[in-house]
Design a protein around this ligand. Sequence first.
Ligand code: FES
Length: 168
Amino acid sequence: MSNPILTAAMINKIDHCSSKFPVDQKRSALLMALRVVQDEYGWLSEQAIDAVADHLSLPRIYAYEVVEFYSLYRRKKPGKHVIKVCNSISCYLCASQDLIHLCEKKLGIKLGETTPCGRFTLEETECIAACAGAPAILVNDAVYHEEVTATKLDQILHGLTTNEVPND
Ligand code: FES
């Protein structure tokens, strides 16, 4: 069945996730199914959440419960680049608060906001398992940067602006 939100490729992935659970336990596939859709669109609109629940033949409220509980699901469209500054204990002890303030100043936005041009979204995150390199940031949920200084932050932002992400 065609769906304006779920492409055939997404449905294949969701069905693959769902197949790992007993038929009467499709609710268990919700986390992965929602992740599949978020990976594609970058966020989860109401239509996307509804589409996932409908595809799994689950009450829509189940999907909303998952999305609202886990902070890694996005309910707002993010900027092109999402910068997450770790603010858990190791990073906090290595001045992650200063790093957050520096990011806010350089980007001209507050935590949780997106720059008007749509290029950057700034968020804080719990530990990203780079404690030995605190303070650490995670870019686009994929690239780690450790021991981030003001100079290094400038390089990272410049690299993202020019699509030349410096190697870490
Ligand atoms: S506390 Fe920041 S990476 Fe672990």
